[in-house]
Design a protein around this ligand. Structure first.
Ligand code: NAI
Length: 333
């Protein structure tokens, strides 16, 4: 790593950023030796709020922070950026159609993708969080032709963490002993949380597959999947705000693993550019199981796809193709 890295966070005055920024400057994302220059982008109306966030960053007195820039200018924000976490997005407002949301966000992520293309470090790693995350990521990637496609990803790690936790709760084990759950597809209610190849560490050196531990296929194929798919809505219904601390934790997990690598044999879920693996056509941002080494991810190959899983993959694939077609039609790309 370089002496100091420029880390851009968009939507910096928002809910998720209010947890995320503090995870980063504590060292949870890039380690305890990495100096960080924070670049905080938000809309003009939120600059006053951002001033308060900056005061709190200063008041934490974390030694890793070497500079803080607050800006509303995308070109300034992405100049020499090493990492960009794109959290800010147009939220769905009452009465807004899905197509209106896609249109508004496609425009935002086209502009940000172009700014990344023109001004960022060519090795930048970009994580898109703002929804619809997969399609926003696709638009940013397509707008940044000079940056390798593999440098773009979208967040499905929150869904991955939710799936791990639900399995741990059902099996009565610690979440650290649950491994290799997978989220396939879109970060939406069509995602497919899949634990057929996952396992639990039962005792020292002894593993058991998740289906063997849970011994309840109806639950695994029914309630488990729908709980994970609808967890975001359940949090909103209870908290009256969308997931923020858990989203920030998932972003931290995603970036830390992307930069520092995954443990041997461990899969994590990431929305990445599809390459034809598992029959998912190239040209989409699709969540796959990946392993990561030296800053590069590899889609895990050769996992069995049964009829049930194929149907689930087809549903989420269809939704992503429709989102892509709609978003591209707005942008004339
Ligand atoms: P929030 O509404 O609290 O904050 C969003 C911030 O983004 C606001 O400060 C807003 O001014 C800013 N913003 C909007 N458009 C912008 C633009 N063009 N440039 C810069 N800043 C902009 O929202 P919150 O809770 O922080 O969530 C942010 C996004 O993350 C939402 O789209 C949400 O749906 C998504 N999300 C994604 C998850 C995932 O797993 N992929 C999980 C949870 C949330």
């Amino acid at each position: 790593m370089s002496d100091e890295i420029n880390v851009v966070i968009t939507g910096a005055a928002g809910q998720i950023a209010y947890s995320l920024i503090f995870n980063i400057i504590k060292g949870d994302m890039f380690g305890l030796d990495q100096k960080i220059r924070l670049v905080l982008l938000d809309l003009p109306a939120f600059m006053e709020n951002l001033k308060g966030v900056i005061m709190e960053i200063e008041d934490c007195a974390y030694p890793l922070v070497t500079g803080i820039i607050a800006t509303t200018d995308v070109n300034e924000a992405f100049t020499n950026a090493h990492y960009a976490i794109l959290v800010g997005a147009m939220p769905r407002k009452e009465g807004m159609e899905r197509s209106d949301l896609l249109k508004a966000n496609a425009a935002i992520f086209k502009v940000q993708g172009k700014a990344i293309n023109d001004h960022a470090n060519k090795n930048i790693k970009v994580l898109v969080v703002g929804n619809p995350a997969n399609t926003n990521c696709l638009i940013a990637m397509l707008s940044a032709g000079n940056i390798p496609k593999e440098n773009f990803s979208c967040l499905t790690r929150l869904d991955h963490n939710r799936a791990k936790s639900q399995i741990a709760l059902k099996a009565g084990v610690n979440v650290k002993d649950v491994h290799n759950v997978i989220i396939w597809g879109n970060h939406s209610t069509t995602q497919y949380p899949d634990v057929r190849c996952g396992y639990v560490n039962v005792s020292a050196g002894v593993k058991s597959t998740i289906p063997n531990i849970i011994k309840n296929e109806a639950w695994l194929q029914g309630e488990f999947i729908s709980t994970v798919q609808k967890r975001g809505g359940a949090v909103i219904a209870a908290r009256k705000f969308s997931s923020a601390a858990s989203a920030a934790k998932a972003i931290t997990d995603h970036m830390r693993d992307w930069v520092l690598g995954t443990p041997e044999g461990e899969y994590v879920s990431m929305g990445v550019h599809s390459d034809g693996s598992y029959g998912i056509p190239a040209g989409l941002i699709f969540s796959f199981p990946v392993t990561i080494k030296s800053g590069k991810y590899t889609i895990v190959q050769g996992l069995p796809i049964d009829t049930f899983s194929r149907e689930k993959l087809d549903i989420t694939l269809k939704e992503l193709q429709e989102e892509k077609d709609l978003a591209l039609s707005f942008l004339e790309m």
